[in-house]
Design a binder for this molecule. Sequence first.
Ligand code: NDP
Length: 293
Amino acid sequence: MSRTVKTMAKIIDGKRIAEEVRENIASRAADFYGKYGIKPGLAVIIVGDDPASAVYVRNKKKACEQVGFYSEVHEMSADATMEELLEKIRALSCDEKIHGILVQLPLPGHLDENRVIAAIPPEKDVDAFHVQNTGKIMLGKYDFLPCTPAGIMKMLEHENIGIEGRECVVVGRSNIVGKPMAMLLLHANGTVTICHSKTRNLAEITKRADILVVAVGKADFITGDMVKDGAVVIDVGMNRREDGKLTGDVDFESVSEKASAITPVPGGVGPMTITMLLENTLTAAELAVKQQR
Ligand code: NDP
């Protein structure tokens, strides 16, 4: 009697890769401090009391401490006005201790996110959301990359997953994940397709992918029958199940039987995102020193 043996994909351990990269950042930060007596400094502004945002901000502060950065968290009440928030950004823009400014999104509905992002000086925009930084990404000449796509590229590089000439499919076209992700894969000479909610025959397209990046925000959205044998699958999604557990956009069980490599949730893309924020903050500090000399 024949028996089907299911092969399991390699699990890409984002947590371990992030630790390695953070060790390198810590050592670069120590050298930087030794040379200039300056710690890379990150200021995080949080408006309101959204519990998920509070966790992200705490994690960012902790990550800064671990690599020897200076960090500040500025908590503002949910009814803070646009003027108060802009004033806070203006003050931090002039603060020499602060090399990176991050405003935790989403903001309460009465605040205009685009105006807030535009108020952050591009050289302190460590999220890389400012139009000047997004424009530079289009041109392929940038100082900062948005943290999630940058973290994914770092993971692919770490795992020696070649991009050149390969079919890359990105599901999701947000400004912070899908679009910049597609652009980075294109710069790395991938053949890139972007899918979104209006895409027809999604499974036909995802099945072509050698590298499939999923950033949709719907639990278990991509299933095994939508994936080519041997594909590399990167799951950006972070969705909360009813029992409070974190889960991705990819149905891990069925997809890991088809893929050659897959990122888990948690422990995949998430830890890399914060790591790239640290990298951007260090880059901002290095650029600030260069400019002064
Ligand atoms: P957005 O909600 O901004 O974008 C979701 C994208 O998915 C949109 O482009 C939308 O298409 C597309 N989409 C929705 N439904 C479908 C569908 N049926 N078929 C194809 N495409 C569809 O989300 P984000 O990009 O900000 O985030 C995506 C996920 O990644 C979320 O779960 C988020 O929590 C997570 N995330 C995780 C991070 C990490 O560090 N791990 C960092 C950032 C985000 P359309 O444009 O047509 O509406």
